[in-house]
Ligand binder design. Structure first.
Ligand SMILES: Cc1ncc(COP(=O)(O)O)c(C=O)c1O
Length: 218
């Protein structure tokens, strides 16, 4: 029996480590470096949040995976009110520990593996690639997703507004991509964690009725 190959050997070098040499070059400049990295939040935790956490601290027992009814009401309410989604039930929402965990593990949880492809924007949040590699699928990058070869493509990530470019996909562009994914039987996953942070454009969700036609197929 051959020795098991550790999963870590499939994973890419973390971007912050890849950036280290560039940082050193910039720091050597006479005027120094303009470091725009954000990383760990540094602002104080608002009093209101601290108090709410303390007030809820005495809660023995295991939490349920899909959260309390109140939380699920808040989630479905926001999706309808803010995103313009059609009917959304408690079965359509799931709180997660952090979206990073979901992004990284979802391809595995969906049963993807060798022979499958996972696509994401050429310049993207690095965890899409990590998720593809964790399950043994082939990572594929795109400029326009509808130009991808759908053969073997199981999962397509969108990210609007984008990290790191800030690009916002207009509603008709989203509609076109959703239609393409459905036509080719590709599961579309839309990471919209910056949806509330539109600046010059008004970001639209794939869950908006005009984009998905009021159904969540695919
Ligand atoms: C595009 C994108 N998706 C997901 C995440 C993960 O967010 P969190 O794990 O904090 O929910 C980030 C964080 O930087 C991100 O930029």
């Amino acid at each position: 029996m051959s020795a098991a190959v550790p999963v870590s050997s499939r994973l890419p070098v973390f971007p912050w480590d890849r950036l280290e040499p560039y940082k050193a070059t910039a720091a050597a400049h006479p005027d120094g470096i303009v470091d725009l990295s954000v990383g760990t939040p540094v602002d104080p935790v608002p009093e209101l949040i601290q108090q709410a956490l303390v007030a809820a601290a005495d809660s023995p027992g295991y939490p349920t995976v899909w959260g309390t009814e109140t939380l699920r009401d808040a989630l479905t309410g926001w999706v309808v009110r803010r995103l313009g989604a059609a009917e959304v039930t408690h079965r359509n929402v799931l709180p997660v520990v952090g979206s990073k965990e979901l992004v990284a593990w979802l391809p595995t949880q969906l049963g993807l593996g060798a022979g499958d492809k996972v696509a994401y924007p050429r310049l993207a949040y690095p965890t899409y690639e990590v998720g593809a590699r964790l399950c043994g699928a082939e990572p594929v990058v795109y400029d326009d997703p509808t130009e991808l070869d759908p053969e073997g493509l199981k999962l397509l990530w969108l990210n609007s507004p984008s990290n790191p470019t800030g690009r916002v996909l207009p509603k008709d562009e989203l509609t076109r991509i959703v239609a393409w994914a459905r036509e080719h039987g590709v599961l579309l996953l839309s990471d919209e964690c910056y949806l509330e942070l539109g600046w010059e454009a008004e970001p639209v969700s794939v869950l908006h009725q005009d984009v998905c036609g009021g159904t969540y197929e695919g």
